[in-house]
Design a binder for this molecule. Structure first.
Ligand code: GDP
Length: 450
């Protein structure tokens, strides 16, 4: 496969989920509200040690609606940031990345000039903005919160995140602005790829190389989050969509940009992909930020290709690649299934090969095993190594079936699900991986009591 076999490249707009951002001063209760709204709904599927849980980006479900939520308070200021410019940064993040803004106040406190400034900066946007007074635990606080109308806002919604009061009112108001998104729009054979990683790791170089052109696709227009542009290419009959190529190419406008700012964009494209190219800088190895991004992809069941880029800059001997693989597996233990490739987006080395790997990954990710084969395998796997007796009870598996693809998900029914320990579940997962050549895809295993 050569780059010249790439054809029919064009731009697409695949709708993305509505994104809602919470902004506000420190201590008004942003994180409490975030945790209340995201709650246990986050798609954390496996409890592997070392998976970094992100507390700044999550998914909310309310009635028939789904949206993504950003807690801008999760950004940590660097010590030399004055508070106001830091808050400006948070607000900019919300204005750039969100479709709906929730501006949170502490309803128990007096108004300050900062409150006026925040409202002023939010007036720049035409995006729906909800003003919310938090910590309204009783009638006394309600009286105080009425003062917030002095800010010149149309409505103040009164809630208590801590005591879970009126959260339904807030959710209803948010959901008035939430779009319906059809999950799978194009046909199944199109592979959606998110290219994610830290700034300067080489994302746009890689994508440019694959798209076969250097010109910038889009110019920077404020408020284009709704139609982030994806690019499609065909290679020898296979179709690939690169998610949010506008976002990859657009360098952040904000000078004082901090790393966690760019991570939000990564999360958003991970929400829409089948395969994630998690790019790691060969010169720096796996950083915390890389682990956070990879952890999110893992938690959300995405197929993952680890792309170690800038490989041309590394002095190599016969052990170098092996040592790198070892280091990655050590830092990202839960990703033992994800394949690794070493590239140079600058010279083009192995760049086109990433597509071949994505193709193989996707085939596994999308593969369906007939129920009869799952059960034949289950019988042999259990016979080879019996489940341990738990509280005097022998765990028995009745049958199993693959209930989903993307990622493949197998459900096993047994008499006593509590008795299936982490280590035995791990054994089962690894065995199913081997049996059905699910070697590189995430594989979800659910044990259900019947
Ligand atoms: P992005 O921020 O992740 O999109 O990174 P860019 O693609 O803009 O790359 C940042 C810088 O690294 C640019 O100067 C690129 O030319 C350079 N670069 C990207 N990939 C490679 C690579 O594989 N090898 C080397 N030596 N430089 C690279």
């Amino acid at each position: 496969m050569t780059p010249s076999a790439l054809t029919a490249q064009h731009e697409l707009h695949i709708m993305q989920r509505t994104t809602v951002a919470i902004v506000g001063k420190p201590n008004v209760g942003k994180s409490t509200l975030f945790n209340r709204l995201v709650g246990r709904n986050t798609a954390i599927t496996e409890d592997f040690p070392g998976v970094t849980r992100d507390r700044i980006y999550g998914t909310c479900f309310w009635l028939d609606k789904t949206f993504s939520l950003i807690d801008t308070g999760g950004l940590t200021p660097s010590s030399d940031d004055p508070m106001l410019s830091f808050m400006q940064l948070q607000t900019n993040l919300a204005l750039e990345e969100a479709d709906v803004i929730v501006c949170l106040f502490d309803g128990q406190t007096e108004l300050t000039t900062t409150d006026y400034e925040i409202v002023e900066s939010l007036r720049q946007t035409s995006k729906p903005t909800l003003y919310v007074a938090n910590k309204i635990d009783g009638a006394k606080h309600e009286q105080n919160a009425v003062n917030f109308y002095q800010l010149g806002i149309p409505e103040i919604i009164m809630i208590s995140a801590e005591h879970k009061l009126a959260l339904d009112v807030l959710l209803d108001k948010i959901c008035e602005h939430v779009r319906d998104v059809e999950e799978e729009t194009e046909d199944e054979s199109t592979i959606r790829i998110a290219v994610v990683g830290r700034p300067n790791v080489g994302k746009s170089s890689l994508v440019n190389h694959l798209l076969g052109e250097e010109r910038m696709l889009v110019t920077d227009i404020a408020g284009t989050t709704r139609d982030s542009i994806d690019s499609e290419i065909s290679v020898n009959g296979s179709r690939y969509v690169f998610i949010d190529t506008s976002g990859i190419r657009r360098k952040s406008k904000i000078k004082n940009s901090i790393e966690r700012y760019s991570v939000v964009r990564a999360f958003k494209s991970l929400d829409r992909c089948h395969v994630a190219f998690v790019m790691i800088n060969a010169l720096e190895g796996v950083t915390d930020q890389d682990a956070r991004i990879a952890g999110y992809a893992h938690n959300n069941g995405r197929a993952i290709l680890l792309v170690v880029n800038k490989w041309d800059l590394i002095e190599k001997d016969t052990h170098t690649a092996g040592q790198f693989v070892y280091q990655i597996k050590d830092k990202l233990k839960y990703l033992d299934y994800a394949p690794i490739i070493f590239t140079s987006a600058l010279t083009g080395q192995r760049v086109v090969k990433t597509l071949q790997m994505a193709e193989n990954l996707y085939a596994q990710y999308n593969k369906r095993v007939p129920t009869s084969e799952v059960n034949t395998a289950l019988e042999q796997i259990v016979r080879k190594h019996h489940p341990p007796v738990h509280k005097g009870k022998q765990v028995k598996f009745y049958y199993g079936a693959q209930v989903a693809v993307r990622p493949p998900t197998i459900v096993l029914f047994c008499n006593h699900s509590e008795g299936v320990h982490f280590s035995y579940k791990r054994y089962l997962t690894n065995q199913f991986r081997e049996y059905f050549a699910f070697t590189e895809t995430p594989l979800h295993l659910r044990i259900q009591q019947r």
